[in-house]
Ligand binder design. Sequence first.
Ligand SMILES: [Zn+2]
Length: 251
Amino acid sequence: MRALSAAELLDVWEAGRDQAPVGRALALLAAACPETPPDRLAALSIGRRDAQLMTLRAWTFGSAVAGVASCPACGDRLDFGFDLEEIRVEAPSATEPIVVQAAGWEVRCRLPSSADLLAVAALPRDGDMLALAGPSRRQRLLERCIVAAELDGESRPTGDLPPELLADVVRALGEADAQADVELALTCPGCDHGWSAAFEVASFFWSELGTWAARTLREVHALAMAYGWPESEILALSPRRRQAYLELIEG
Ligand SMILES: [Zn+2]
């Protein structure tokens, strides 16, 4: 993996605007890992994918993260910040397949990947009215990730698994790929209420990229208007030098 230039970042942003979040995450990685076939990137577990996205984000915008949340108890605004290294999970604790055993059952499963999420993206979420008519996203995702299920040594279809065992499987998958499920502990300075909020590096990075792209295009516009330079040459300037020219224009 390598860092992306300003021109490459704009290309990814432009192509990804029409894509769903999973596609955007993969587009970022594919641009930074041209040596890796796209289907191999799509087969990474979500945690491993997110670990790579964290590295790419650190190379692009630095490792410091600043965000804003609103307190669920009093509605106050809370600014929070952390370093990506603080939420980095070391090497995955489990090797695949992940085996879950309970009450005579033995279930072998693998970690969900971006390809799995893409495959179930069109299905209704749990709780949607449509879910009553057919399998939900969560159900189909579990079916994809369960490689084999046996009761007392005999192979059984995934649909036979009792709900408690499915809950164990979901828990085991979450523990084995902790990087995919980052929770931030937040405390409201106004009312002292504590809660946890999910941090998804893929969507966070993508929204930052949108803000950066809008600003960069404005800078290109201003410099092209003033000097007549082509977009490629303006983007090849370092941010500092671009800023220096912009200040001269505004002078
Ligand atoms: Zn509060």
